[in-house]
Design a protein around this ligand. Sequence first.
Ligand code: CXF
Ligand code: ZN
Length: 365
Amino acid sequence: MKAMVVRELGAGWVEEDIQIADPIDQEVRIEVKASGLCGSDHMEMSLAVNYPPPAVLGHEVAGVVTSIGPNVTEFAVGDHVAACLVQFCGKCEQCLDGEPGLCRSPELTVRGADDAPRLTDAEGQPLTQGMALGGFAQEALIHENMLVKLPDDMPFAQAAVLGCGVITGTGAVLNAAKVRPGEDVVIIGAGGVGLNVVSGAKLASAGKIISIDVNQESLDAAQAFGATHTINSAETDPVAAVQELTGGYGVRTVFDVVGIGATAQQGYDMLDRGGTLYQIGMGSPTDTLDTVPMHNAFGRKAVQGVFMGSGVPKRDMAMLVEQYQAGRLNLDDLVSAEIKLSEVNQGYEMIRDPKVNRVVITDFS
Ligand code: CXF
Ligand code: ZN
């Protein structure tokens, strides 16, 4: 089958003819129908943080089941499915507590060292399967825990994007912050994930949905997704602007989708008493937020990390499909362009444009 392979760090993707194994145990083999281009895969291609080359990346995947391993219980051939990169065993104390994102044994969703590799190249050499998914290929072999069944009339491109940016953004609102109707929220960053925080705030019937960014086009997109107020922080002090919009109090809920020291500080400073800053973005691995005062007992402010929406992907993705089909969740405008499998390199050029949200591969010929 055809796949786009990262052979050399930073050198992009090259088309290769590779082999995929038959499913064993709880593995499901799917014909990939849609595969989204996320910035994390671009980062892996350049830096190989977790997935060394040669590697098949691509972690926003939807497709049709073509065969199943002997211990698969949830899926049958012909099922339409979407994937999520959260690897979880389903049995440990964290999973049983509803926290698959904190699973103690995520490695149970991939093959062991003694098993034959899932993917091999034309010479029979193993290929790394990015995020245990490997979606930049005609087929993928994925543990059933990482898949969710889709209604047959759910479009594949819109389904593919659910498992990364969409659950990350909407889950932060619905699972982590549990925003109540009428509650005002601030979202710092109006990129691919930030727009989905706006969508989550809309689903939660939040009050003021205040989007902050340095790019006017991104703010326009946030408004189209449901932001009630926008602040261009390249031109205006965002902390003062939020105070002004909220009677001088600030807000109880701020989402930092950028994740650098400056935005975390702004987010913390615009919190009302009792408020929480939710850290979603990972813009800088070294910046820190170090201004929490010792008298925080009075202000009762909190800072909390959120990963992949901090929820239960199977439940959350099924819910999001229902919301999309009911016309309450905007996925259509997330899919800015559809490309061919062989065009991954050009697709990553396209998403540098702030007007482009997601580029999704839908032609695997
Ligand atoms: C990422 C977030 C950073 C760690 C790897 C996974 N999520 C999606 O792109
Ligand atoms: Zn991603």
